[in-house]
Design a protein around this ligand. Structure first.
Ligand SMILES: Cc1cc2nc3c(=O)[nH]c(=O)nc-3n(C[C@H](O)[C@H](O)[C@H](O)COP(=O)(O)OP(=O)(O)OC[C@H]3O[C@@H](n4cnc5c(N)ncnc54)[C@H](O)[C@@H]3O)c2cc1C
Length: 670
């Protein structure tokens, strides 16, 4: 079945405006009679909950952490994009739209991306009004920096803590509504299923994570804002609690899951150090504004560094291979993430990785420190400054820009990155795939919406840096409040949705049975044992490079791990208490299904695009040799999967992508 995106008719630039002018509205008195459930209170859910409550709806918001402030959005470091053109460097909403469609390797929906670019500037105004302390330049204007895949500076930031500051803004807006009684906040509650009545989403089943109590909550519409599924790889830059359970549960109840194979492997993370690690740490992409990436040119130097006989700082410029600058002169170190990650892998696969595992490259600030130091010396009128003085002045500038990131690196690796280059390697970071939604952000289930990283999003096959925060906040502050109103205008006479019905009975029974299974199963292996096994298969066979043989093996291996999980998993403790192992068991059970669908989707997509690199589909000749080869004739569609029991049996539905305003081209950053 072909999927209808419900994109409005008319010229691209007018679609959103005319849509807003023509939808049905709910009057303020009627909004008071309508309930909305928002699951997840990160940037997407928090901004949606606050805005819907401000509009007058009764909102029930859920999060598994003890406060919305702890959502994984807090970890976002580098910044948020907006087409304000404060720099006067040629930016516009069209250019942001264009960069995003191109950056996503022409696998996103034009109308959504254009809308995103249009509302991007409003987000910054909204956040400034909330008091978000964005960095400012000397003149007091909001400052901007550059992220990968673009030729302008459009990234607004608050040091290396942009997500935290934005989240505090959204959280303040929520708190105002919590105080007014318009948002009822359910911290430490995990949604374990959606309840459908007459085909429409009308509620959820949630577990109180402190008491273990299973609760029923009803509403006229349900919004899922539960973040991405990067932890399907076990190791990722995501928070350890980040999970796919809500998204997967709604998939099982009829919401199609789109493009699961589009995953972003971020090029600048601290390399893995051993088998007992539970998490990876990102070094923000903003560092690529000033850091230069390299490996030694000569194998002897690689070996000498690995064996501790040489330090990287001893290598002259001629002995270094700044491979991104060499291969991509136009974009240099600021090529998009997928391109930078593959280039690091290529060098490390060729043997040039500089740490013990052979999986690390350098990110070096030597040139930036010297450049800033000399500039500062001039500004301060210091003639013939000593090398030490230049270093001191330059370090101060780098510290002001990225200080907290350098400190974090120093604490984790125990090396001073001002003095010796950082070691970095790609790691799983973000998921472009997710729950399929139409232009209204509604899933294939009526009244069930999905926003933020949890939906299949506007980023196509690869997300550009600083665009996730933009999308989450666009969805929550500026898009959903309109689109959901149009739907809810049909519910003004519905009245409260009762929870003492067979639909709620059945959903609660299913949830309870599964929990009871876990605590009663007489298995012998921990949940993490299975999660690590899944992660290893995903990284090795469904990671940065994929091929038909590996993907078929991955599907069979994941299925086998899943079967073993249901026999052998051991969950200590009981169901009626706080039980983190029980929480993890449910989440890993869902990852074990999602992982197989992920591999199936990657197998189906026999082209390379964005973060999805099929080894069978690479350029073999010419200037693009070795680069990804897209196949627009056969794969210019969104792959949306319908649940049919086993992940291997999922049925493919295609949303054909139309490009009327942008010419499909080979993506080149050379
Ligand atoms: C280290 C790091 C740095 C990043 N830096 C940037 C950056 O600089 N710029 C940028 O644009 N993007 C960045 N990103 C990406 C960006 O931070 C995320 O994509 C974005 O914050 C996701 O927001 P969200 O609201 O969709 O989900 P989250 O912030 O993940 O929130 C999910 C919410 O759902 C809740 N939840 C989940 N499951 C359930 C359940 N079953 N029941 C109840 N509640 C549930 C959680 O409690 C939480 O409240 C970064 C990501 C990482 C990992």
């Amino acid at each position: 079945m072909a999927l209808d995106s419900k994109t409005p008719k008319g010229p691209l630039k007018d679609k959103w405006t005319s849509y807003k002018n023509n939808i049905d509205l709910v009057n303020p008195a009627n909004k008071r009679n309508i309930d909305v459930i928002v699951v997840g209170t990160g940037l997407a859910g928090g901004s949606a909950a606050a805005t819907l409550a401000e509009l007058g709806y009764n909102v029930k918001a859920f999060a598994y952490q003890d406060s919305p402030r702890r959502a994984h959005s807090i970890a976002a470091q580098g910044g948020i994009n907006a087409a304000k053109n404060y720099q006067g460097d040629g930016d516009s909403s069209y250019r942001l739209f264009y960069d995003t469609v191109k950056g996503g390797d022409y696998r996103s929906r034009e109308s959504n991306v254009h809308r995103l670019a249009e509302v991007s500037a409003n987000i910054i105004d909204q956040c400034v009004a909330q008091g978000v302390p964005f960095a400012r330049d000397y003149g007091g204007m909001l400052d901007n920096r550059s992220f990968g895949g673009v030729l302008v500076s459009r990234t607004f930031y608050a040091k290396g803590q942009t997500g935290q500051q934005l989240l505090l803004g959204a959280y303040s807006a929520m708190n105002r509504q919590i105080a007014r009684g318009k948002i009822e906040m359910f911290n430490r509650h995990e949604m374990l299923d959606v309840v459908k009545v007459g085909g429409k989403a009308r509620g959820i089943i949630a577990r109180n994570l402190i008491t273990g109590e299973i609760e029923r909550h009803s509403a006229h519409a349900v919004v899922i804002a539960t973040g991405g599924y990067g932890n399907v790889y076990f190791l990722s830059t995501n928070a350890m609690g980040s999970n796919a359970t809500a998204a997967w549960k709604i998939h099982k109840k009829g919401a199609y899951f789109a493009n699961p194979c589009y995953t972003q492997i971020h090029p600048t993370c601290i390399p893995r150090s051993g088998d007992y690690q539970s998490k990876l740490t990102l070094m923000s992409e903003s560092l690529r504004n000033d850091g230069r990436i390299w490996v030694p040119k000569n194998m002897e130097d690689v070996m000498a560094i690995r064996e501790g006989r040489k330090k990287p700082t001893e290598l002259s410029e001629e002995e270094r291979d700044y491979y991104l600058e060499r291969r991509y002169p136009a974009f240099g170190n600021l090529v998009p993430r997928d391109v930078a990650s593959r280039a690091a892998k290529e060098r490390c696969d060729a043997g040039y990785g500089i740490n013990q595992t052979g999986e690390a490259v350098y990110l070096d600030f030597k040139s930036a420190i010297a450049r800033y130091g000399n500039e500062q010396a001039k500004l301060k009128g210091i003639n013939n400054p000593s090398a030490d003085k230049v270093y001191e002045l330059g370090q101060a500038i780098v510290e002001a820009k990225y200080g907290n990131l350098f400190q974090m690196y120093n604490k984790i690796v125990d090396e001073d990155p001002y003095k010796t280059p950082m070691m970095i390697y790609p790691a799983t970071h973000y998921t472009m795939g997710g729950v399929w939604v139409d232009y209204n952000l509604m899933t294939t289930v009526d009244g069930l919406y999905c926003i933020g990283e949890a939906n299949f999003s506007d980023h196509g096959a690869n997300r550009l840096g600083a665009s996730a925060l933009m999308q989450g906040l666009a969805d929550g502050y500026f898009v959903l409040p309109y689109t959901i109103g149009d739907y809810l205008s049909n519910d003004i006479r519905t009245g409260k949705i009762p929870t003492d019905t067979k639909e709620f009975d059945e959903a609660e029974k299913e949830v309870t049975e599964r929990i009871n299974f876990f605590v009663n199963n007489k298995g012998s292996k921990s949940v993490d044992y299975f999660h690590k096994k899944l992660g290893k298969i995903m990284w090795e066979k469904v990671g940065m490079a994929r091929n038909e043989k590996g993907l078929k093996e991955a599907m069979a291996e994941i299925k086998a791990v899943r079967e073993d999980f249901w026999k052998e998993v051991k969950v200590p403790g009981t169901a009626d208490e706080m039980n983190p192992e029980l929480e993890k068991a449910g989440r890993v059970a869902d990852f074990l299904e999602l992982g197989e669908l992920f591999a199936k989707d990657a197998l189906n997509r026999n082209e390379s695009c964005g973060g999805h690199f099929r080894e069978e589909s690479a350029e073999t000749d010419g200037p693009q040799k070795g680069e990804a080869k897209r196949n627009d004739d056969d794969y210019a569609y969104v792959a949306a999967w319908e649940y049919k029991g086993e992940p291997a049996d999922a049925v493919l539905h295609k949303e054909e992508l139309e490009f009327n305003d942008i010419e499909l081209k080979q993506r080149s950053y050379k």
